[in-house]
Design a binder for this molecule. Sequence first.
Ligand code: AMP
Length: 359
Amino acid sequence: MAALPLAPGSTVGILGGGQLGRMLALAAARLGFDVAVLERQADSPAGRVAMKLIVGAYEDEAALEELAQLTDVVTYEFENVPAKSVEWLVTRGVEVAPGPKALAVAQDRVAEKTFLNANGAPTVAFAEADTPEAAVAAVAQIGAPALMKTRREGYDGKGQRWVEHAADAARVFAELGSVPVIVEARADFVRELSIIAARGRDGGTAVYPLAENHHEKGILRRSIAPAKAPKALQDRAERISARVLSGLEYVGVIGIELFELRDGTLLVNEIAPRVHNTGHWTMDGCEVDQFEQHIRAVAGWSLGPTHPTHQVEMLNLLGEEALAWRRFAAEPETRVHLYGKREAKPGRKMGHINRVKPL
Ligand code: AMP
């Protein structure tokens, strides 16, 4: 077992080598930690900034063993890491954070919404279905139009379809692959918000100001933060995050996506047990950003201050948009963050920029 708080010079393990892993690794290095990344690809955004890269699948026991030998605590940048791999590390005495409960809840949309409602964090009405007949019944129960989503492994708007009439439900169920689904009532929201929150190993919490988020084709395009929001709305979001964090006995940073309804009610859309794209603004807009905060939490350090220092517009650079780095770099108000991905495929998150203004 690692002695916590983890001393500088110790090694933090990260499952996953994407951009979130890269920004976590850079933050960890700033605090004096070494980083070991386990990732399937030999060339990855996080692998290229880590002290040690272990190339392997998450299920690869030899790779997990190597990670366990090297590291004192392990975290992940991706919520679909197999629960078994995390259990395996825990049985080897590795401290894994966020823990297995957060992972189990976040991996299954039905478990997630059931957990949220049981913990006083409201969501849209929902029903589950495992067969075409059950899918039709679920849409009839919830009311069309309804959103059908695969229970597992959806991201960036993938694995979900609108059902306009209950009679279409069996066809949509088949289009989604005839896998277990959740059917959700349509949220009649005025805007999408998110709150990034953190909980330390001592149970202390910290929350960031709300961000207002805009998506295109299911992918986050832009966040504006701190969002224009009355104090009552921020307080409501903070109460929701406190319930979620304590209900999950959480350690680390969590992203909570919210729908704001016309009357100011907040519904939780989903939770991500990791650092979150809608929290990238904190890198240039807050005293301690979400990446350092996450490393502090998993390492058992005290959490840092979350006060905003700047107004930020965060823009994701998708595909070839990142080729305009020269122009962005020439703008004095723009902070450029590029992930070092070799190939600019359409829609791929290549980097982001934070346009900052004094508050
Ligand atoms: P998700 O993959 O659950 O984050 O959904 C991706 C996007 O689909 C969200 O950011 C919303 O814009 C939209 N969406 C998801 N669920 C609902 C819902 N129940 N009602 C209306 N829009 C939704």
